[in-house]
Design a protein around this ligand. Structure first.
Ligand SMILES: [Zn+2]
Length: 88
């Protein structure tokens, strides 16, 4: 059976509301979905979404770190070049 929440056009907003800790009653009323569907979606699908989001964040952080290291290396090489030039 396909999850109605996952198929909803409002899925992102619903996911956000669930992660933000809004009550199921509130979410069910706001997005006109069933509480049962929300419970099932929260139990079965939210963990996967959170895991994917965490992975994406970590990947982004790794990229940032790599970029910063690269910049430090570039800066270091610049300084080295300038120092060499100053000697000549
Ligand atoms: Zn779902």
């Amino acid at each position: 059976m396909v999850c109605k929440i996952c198929r909803s056009e409002k899925r992102k907003q619903i996911d956000k509301a669930l992660v933000d800790g809004a009550s199921l009653r509130t979410i069910a009323d706001r997005f006109r979905v069933s509480k049962t569907g929300l419970i099932r979606h929260q139990a079965n699908h939210i963990p996967a979404i959170l895991a994917a989001a965490k992975e994406a964040t970590e990947a982004a952080n790794a990229d940032t770190l790599l970029a910063r290291i690269q910049k430090l290396i570039d800066d270091g090489q610049d300084i080295l070049k300038r120092a060499k030039r100053a000697k000549e």
